[in-house]
Design a protein around this ligand. Sequence first.
Ligand SMILES: *Cc1c(COP(=O)(O)O)cnc(C)c1O
Length: 229
Amino acid sequence: MPDHATPDINVAANLAAVRQSIAAAAKSAGRCAADVTLVAISKIHGEDRILPALEAGHRIFGENRVQEAAAKWPALKQRYPDIELHLVGPLQTNKVKQALELFDVIETLDRPKLARALAKEMARRQQPIPCYIQINTGEEPQKAGVMPGEAGDFIALCRDEMALTIAGLMCIPPIDEEPALHFALLAEIAKRHGIENLSMGMSADYETAVELGASHVRIGTSIFGERKA
Ligand SMILES: *Cc1c(COP(=O)(O)O)cnc(C)c1O
C-alpha cells in the first residue's frame, strides 16, 4: 500500500471492540453494559464508513452540523427507519426548524433563546423530542454550554417555563484537563436536579466516563478512523 493511502478501516470490528471496552469499563464499575448507549459520531465521514455500521446493526448516530446531517441522513433514514440521530454540535436558532426535521435528540441546548425556539417549534410540530443541556464544566470562554453555577436556573427555565423534556446533561471536557473531574461534576449537577442521563466520554476518555456513570458515550475516531476535514 502506498503510504499516502487511507489505511483500511474495519468499522464493524471497531464497533465490536468499542462495545467490548464499554462492557469492561461498566463491569469494573459494577454497572450493567446495557445501561450505556453508544452514540457513533459520524461527522465528516460518508456512507462508505456509515453503511458498514448500519449493516452491523448499529442505529444510534451523532452529527455536529445541521447542514451536513441534512445532506447525509434523510436517505439513510428511509432505508433504516429505526435510526436515532443525535445533534451534538452547536445549534443556531435559525436552524431549529431544520434540526427538528432531522434529529431525534438535541444534546446541545445551552441558552434561553434556543430553549424558547425549540419549545415553540416542537409545539408547532406537536412532536416534542428529548433534549440534553450542555454544561461548560471547564468554564471555557470559547466553548458552548451553560456555566455550572447557572445550571440550576437554566434547567428550571427549560423544564418549568418551556416545558421541554430534559433527558440529560452533556459535556465536553477541556482537552488539557483530567476528564474525570468534569465527568464527576456533570454527574453531580444531574443528580442534584434529578436528571437521568449523562452524555459524556469520547474516543480518548470514554472508559473513564462509563466508570463515572455515563449513560451515553459519543465516539467517532475509534469507530470510523481519523477525520480528514
Ligand atoms: C466529534 C465529537 C465527538 C467524537 O469525538 P472522537 O474523539 O472522534 O471520539 C464527541 N462529541 C462531540 C460533541 C463531538 O463533536
